[in-house]
Ligand binder design. Structure first.
Ligand code: NDP
Length: 309
């Protein structure tokens, strides 16, 4: 049996080295090096070429190299019956939560705004905002969303979460299901998107949704670029309904040089860097799943493919 690593454009040498050291004797190939497609039963991937996996008749498991799996589930030719796993990593989760806290503090303490004022030698004191005065809504209360909401609550923000199913988290108000979305949005002076990208969540950050946020609300999108209707965001900021946005993910990455977001004074851009997936941290759980697969045991962090995450 062979393991195939498919991550075009990425240097995966550290991944291969760690895989081999964690499981000596593992037969690893890096796509597109020469390999026997019939021998591959387990693949590890980030953004594989569309349709690739249908050429592997004995493939059983595809492991995502990151927390999201939309890069796999969006392949219309992904073979039926092949299991998908994802990464659940403590380091990645705390990295991302801290990054979001930094974006929130940047907004509430006006750091970007003061940076803009600095250009004009403008000594203008903006309204002070304490954490305890600010209501934050986290869309997606999964592994990362919950950790982020908890970190924000620990920092005295008033936090709500929105998910498909009800959550019981100390100091966090749980909203769940489509029927509660409007109530959740009304409570969100800062809206943080940490949803997975699925058919249901694609384009969810749109004008209709923004209109339900309080006037002056701020958006932080660290989910996926496809969650956001880009023109709607610009329209809602320019109309004054939204105060601005911090965006880490984009429909097209890298964000094209001529994209309107770059020049917009109220939009902060980071290059999909809210967290880092490190081979040393993540490979052990992939190796554990590989061994579970070999022993015919249930896999960890399995994706429910009918719901898309
Ligand atoms: P999880 O699968 O653990 O959580 C997903 C959450 O979204 C769950 O709470 C789920 O609800 C909720 N959800 C899904 N669909 C809906 C829906 N239709 N309506 C309401 N709630 C919904 O994911 P993670 O927390 O691990 O990761 C979330 C996303 O963060 C990833 O998919 C990825 O896109 C993004 N990400 C971004 C990174 C970056 O660097 N910017 C890095 C890592 C991840 P329920 O709990 O009820 O099932």
């Amino acid at each position: 049996m062979s393991v195939l690593v498919v991550a075009p454009g990425r240097d995966v040498s550290q991944w291969v080295e760690t895989l081999k050291s964690q499981h000596p004797g593992m037969n690893v190939y890096v796509y597109p090096e020469d390999h026997d497609t019939e021998e591959v039963e387990f693949a590890i991937t980030w953004k594989h070429p569309r349709g690739l996996f249908k050429n592997y008749p004995n493939l059983k498991v595809v492991a995502s190299m990151g927390a999201g799996v939309d890069h796999i589930t969006s392949d219309p030719e992904f073979p039926e019956g092949v299991k998908i796993t994802r990464v659940v990593d403590e380091q990645l989760t705390s990295d991302l939560s801290e990054f979001v806290l930094a974006l929130v503090m940047n907004h509430t303490r006006h750091l970007s705004a003061y940076k803009h004022q600095e250009k004009d030698s403008n000594w203008n004191v903006l309204k002070y905002c304490r954490n305890s005065d600010m209501k934050i809504g986290v869309m997606g209360m999964g592994v990362i969303g919950t950790a982020t909401a908890q970190l924000l609550a620990k920092n005295n923000f008033k936090v709500s979460g929105w998910s498909r199913t009800e959550k019981d988290c100390e100091d966090i108000t749980s909203y769940y299901g489509d029927n509660s979305l409007d109530d959740f949005l009304q409570e969100s002076e800062i809206l943080i998107c940490l949803l997975p990208l699925t058919e249901e969540t694609n384009g969810i950050l749109n004008k209709e949704l923004f209109e339900k946020l309080p006037k002056g609300a701020y958006l932080i999108n660290v989910g996926r670029g496809e969650h956001l209707e880009e023109n709607d965001l610009i329209e809602m900021i320019d109309s004054g309904h939204l105060a601005g946005a911090a965006l880490d993910v984009f429909k097209e990455e890298p964000l094209p040089e001529d994209h309107a977001f770059w020049k917009h004074e109220r939009i902060s851009i980071t290059p999909h860097t809210a967290s880092l997936t490190e081979a040393e941290s993540v490979v052990p759980q992939i190796v554990e799943n590989y061994e579970r697969f070999q022993d015919d045991e249930e896999l960890k962090n399995l994706v429910e493919q009918d719901r898309g995450y």
